[in-house]
Ligand binder design. Sequence first.
Ligand SMILES: [Zn+2]
Length: 123
Amino acid sequence: MGQARRRRDADRQAGQIGSPIPAAGLQGDHRGTCIACLRPTDTGLAFQGEAEWIFAGLLGLGVPEDQVHPALADLDPAGWGNGLVPVGKTAVTVRACAECASKPGFPVALLLPGHPVPAVQPA
Ligand SMILES: [Zn+2]
């Protein structure tokens, strides 16, 4: 794990992204797209637990390992920025399509203001 973390940090510093990703949307970024397949979606879920669990959850959705930490840093720079991970239990809401979430058996729901998001926690 330690070596993988260092490699991810090195990749980030070099501005590299591990694998080809679709072109960014009209807003110039991937907002509004599934965190795993990067296709537009209105659904998502929340991972709740220790950093390692959230990391594993994103892997389960199909996010490439070298992109999990950068994705989390984008979502929560205070917790995951600069190669860090949050200490103790935390929660991260991610946008994920039903197709990607169905592979590990995670629930998704429409991401709407005031609408509860399904929480995925370690068994
Ligand atoms: Zn997807």
